[in-house]
Design a protein around this ligand. Structure first.
Ligand code: SF4
Length: 336
């Protein structure tokens, strides 16, 4: 066992007090929220935790992600009194998808000292297709280009992490897919350069909820009365991007109903590329096969909230009043 690990009540956990910085990469979903609860319940001083959110649509108009996600994550950070640093690739998902004989766009990330812009001078390449629904990140390029690479750039691009101990925390769970089940619960982070002679930084990666089931995740939110992202109240069991490439037939049917303009843009791109997101069926064919979620049909107020860019309600409420959202324990469609 690594000296950095201690045996906790149910799993190996890092020695949390040994870190100068604890970075929670969050998409606003229940699993990252459960990670935050876990850190707080393990008495990590909030002053050492920072939340980082990678904005998939690159701060442009909404395309793939839920329009309210950025505001929801900001409200969550404020409710827990934590700093939030946002990061994104210029032009987001749509620009990366439409890359034609061009380098991938620059990355921008917020820091305590302002906004940093980096990259944008890589090899010229062409995509002109949606990411493939695979666990292989070389073809499922969205995760690599819009999340993992962005988070890494935000760490390697800040000298405040040099010569320090940093713990990156993320919310992947083994229950979500066989590929995620193979992830290590604790390992050196991809930005780790410990022992190096130049720009040495110690960065570990901890997945505290890796072994948790969904019951335990929702219980963590309930204990603190955390209102989940409205997508869960509309029937989604996993948050992900609104138009995630892994969406189910019923989710596409729901998106076609609540966000028809976006749905048509995606369908038009499938036609233009001559290649559908899911190999066997177009999003139109999938939507025809599915049935819209009843919760989405019943709550136009929540649809407006999820499709708006403003979060104007409390994040925290009395735990005794907390109830599971409609999507809890539902379809598990989402990134593998
Ligand atoms: S949530 Fe889905 S669409 Fe969004 S980055 Fe992840 S795999 Fe890609």
């Amino acid at each position: 066992m690594s000296a950095a690990l201690l045996r906790g009540a149910t799993a190996l956990v890092p020695e949390l007090r040994s870190y100068d910085h604890i970075i929670l990469f969050t998409s606003g979903g229940k699993d990252a929220t459960a990670c935050l609860v876990e850190l707080l319940e393990r008495s990590v001083p909030p002053a050492r935790i920072e939340m980082h959110h990678h904005e998939v649509d690159g701060r442009g108009g909404a395309f793939m992600d839920w329009p309210v996600t950025g505001a929801y994550v900001a409200a969550q950070a404020a409710a827990f009194g934590l700093p939030l640093y946002r990061s994104w690739r210029e032009g987001g998902f749509e620009r990366e998808m439409l890359r034609q004989d061009a380098p991938t766009a620059p990355i921008l990330f917020e820091t305590p000292h302002g906004l940093v812009r980096t990259g944008g001078a890589g090899p010229r390449n062409t995509r002109l297709l949606f990411p493939q629904t695979s666990a292989d990140l070389s073809v499922r390029w969205c995760s690599a280009a819009l999340k993992i690479g962005i988070g890494a750039a935000a760490i390697t691009g800040q000298d405040r992490f040099l010569g320090r101990r940093t713990l990156v925390v993320t919310g992947e769970r083994a229950q979500e897919s066989p590929a995620r089940a193979r992830y290590a619960t604790f390992e050196p982070h991809r930005t780790d350069t410990r022992g190096g002679s130049r720009r040495s930084r110690h960065v570990d990666h901890w997945r505290p909820v890796h072994g948790w089931d969904e019951v335990r995740v929702w219980d963590a939110l309930r204990r603190h009365g955390v209102r989940p992202h409205p997508a869960y109240e509309l029937g989604w069991s996993r948050l992900s991007c609104m138009a995630c490439i892994f969406r189910s037939a019923s989710q596409w049917a729901t998106i076609r109903l609540i966000a028809p303009v976006l749905f048509e843009r995606i369908a038009a791109y499938e036609a233009r590329f001559g290649r559908t997101i899911q190999r066997a069926r177009s999003v139109r064919a999938l939507a025809d096969l599915g049935r819209p979620y009843p919760a989405a049909l019943a709550r136009p107020d929540l649809v407006s909230l999820a499709l708006g860019a403003v979060w104007d309600r409390p994040i925290l409420g009395p735990p005794a009043d907390w109830t599971h959202p409609a999507g809890a324990f539902g379809e598990a469609a989402g990134p593998t």
